[in-house]
Design a protein around this ligand. Sequence first.
Ligand code: SAM
Length: 229
Amino acid sequence: MRPWNDPQRPDWPLEAERMVQEQILARGVRNPRVLAAMRAIPRHLFVPPQEQRWAYVDNPLPIGYGQTISQPYIVARMLELLDPQPEDKVLEVGTGSGYQAALLGLLANEVHTVERIPQLAEEAAARLARLGLDNVHVHITDGTLGWPQAAPYDGIVVAAAAPKVPQALLAQLADGGRLVIPVGHRYGQTLERWVRHGNTFHRERFEPVAFVPLIGQEGWDESSLAASP
Ligand code: SAM
């Protein structure tokens, strides 16, 4: 994986290297393929122009429409838990900027990513095309129902907070497939990994996280969120 060349910001690979060393390795993520992907994808091209100077800092950033690109460490941690293999087909729910989908494009064979906000999906698809990641397919839909057209998946990663695990996503896992998802209440969740063995599912729980809500049929109801503080 060679870093993308950006003549407008030639030193970005140094910034990405510092991000990997100080934010990701320092917190214990060790998967070498995940680290290599984080060094290769230019995060600054996935945020709005006014946020680009902060692209490699240890924070989520606004991407418009009330949504965020997740903190780099959280993205790396979720990818490590997902452990995508080069031959895998994976699904991401919550395309947002397209950054995590781009990383998945380097780590897996075929990537489907779904987003409910059409403008975000279109902007992400344009970025992914500019980077030549033609194994990543962006779809506009309610991702709480997955993307059955391409199922089953070796891995599914959900980048928004679910009140409970959507049954449709479990149903779209291949045997041995992994689902990584933040589950909990509106302002705080736990990172969970579900692994399918035949028709049984094994759940592991990891650290606390805080994501924007997963809105949809098997997620939060948008009207109830608007009413909350
Ligand atoms: N993975 C993204 C990235 O790399 O920029 C960050 C995702 S952002 C934290 C969460 C995204 O999930 C938002 O763009 C939001 O619109 C989207 N989302 C929320 N509910 C959704 C649903 N039911 N289906 C698809 N996308 C959803």
